[in-house]
Design a protein around this ligand. Structure first.
Ligand code: CA
Ligand code: CA
Length: 285
């Protein structure tokens, strides 16, 4: 119980500030309302995913790393599972703060980017399937930065977090703990409307001048999504098989698809932390 009280006080700090904004979705979200550095201390028992991307490759050839970091796989919308290195310039790749601008923490962060030249693509980084059936609330926090994902003409560029609200089969992630390279991910399900948006980036926070190299640490925004794990009436949402994903959509990427040039469409994440609590949202408030 001591743990819960401790957790509760931390959560109150964050949740009071963002009261009402996230429980059912992301409408009205304003990253400026969040504390600069949410103090989400953790106990090992309630962490289900944590990744600061302090490594060279998003995925290693063995499955151990994916278990370790909590991801099922990465895929882009042509349905080709990739390791973030062979996606025909539509990729998720870890860069250091020597290669691109400063990261939110440590020395590395994960960047999503598309391909130059008006071919809009979706990129999905998919979590493993988590059994959160013993919990009432889950909180996913992370740092993010987007680069010119503010195409007003198309309103078609974003960084989102989405939750599978149907069966894992219907979401295209049938074998919830098998890595992407095995072919377990199904592009049709991945692009279906079985995924509910639980966070969307604030496009007004995305300066049109950012190019992957000219931002500062303080430009990284706080992202947070809160799941009411009790709220599964009328859906197939199964809290014993919780799968979420980062979903990025963009038109372009690096200029001339050259990693040493400016990033004119992209999104970056760092410090991903998912925690589950037995407290209900009412308890927390
Ligand atoms: Ca990092
Ligand atoms: Ca753009």
């Amino acid at each position: 119980m001591r743990t819960h009280r401790y957790l509760s006080s931390e959560l109150k700090l964050v949740m009071i500030i963002i009261a009402g904004s996230f429980i059912v979705g992301c409408s009205g979200f304003d990253p400026a309302d969040l504390p600069d550095d949410p103090d989400l201390s953790v106990t090992e028992e309630n962490v289900f995913i944590r990744d600061s991307f302090e490594r060279t490759d998003l995925f290693q050839p063995d499955d151990i790393h994916q278990i370790l970091f909590g991801w099922m796989g990465f895929i882009w919308d042509f349905g080709t599972p990739v390791q973030g290195l062979t996606g025909n310039n539509v990729e998720a790749r870890i860069f250091s703060n020597q290669e691109l601008g400063p990261v939110a923490s440590g020395e590395r962060a994960l960047y999503f980017f598309g391909r130059e030249g008006y071919s809009t693509h979706n990129l999905y980084l998919i979590s493993r399937s988590y059994d959160l059936s013993e919990y009432n609330t889950a909180i996913l926090s992370f740092k993010y930065l987007t680069f010119q994902l503010n195409d007003e003409k198309l309103n078609d560029e974003y960084l989102r977090v989405e939750l599978c609200e149907a069966s894992l089969e219907e979401c295209g992630v049938a074998d919830g703990n098998v890595d992407a390279l095995s072919g377990a991910l199904n592009p049709t399900g991945l692009q279906s409307n079985n995924w509910k948006v639980i966070f969307q980036h604030d496009s007004s926070q995305d300066l049109k001048t950012w190019n992957g190299r000219n931002h500062s640490i303080s430009d990284w925004a706080n992202g947070i999504a809160i799941l009411d794990l009790r709220d599964n009436e009328g859906t197939n949402f199964d809290r014993s098989h919780v799968v979420f994903r980062f979903s990025a959509r963009m038109r372009d990427g690096f200029v001339e698809n050259n990693l040493t040039k400016d990033l004119v469409d992209g999104a970056a994440i760092d410090d991903v932390l998912g925690r589950a609590s037995k407290l209900t949202i009412e308890d927390i408030f």
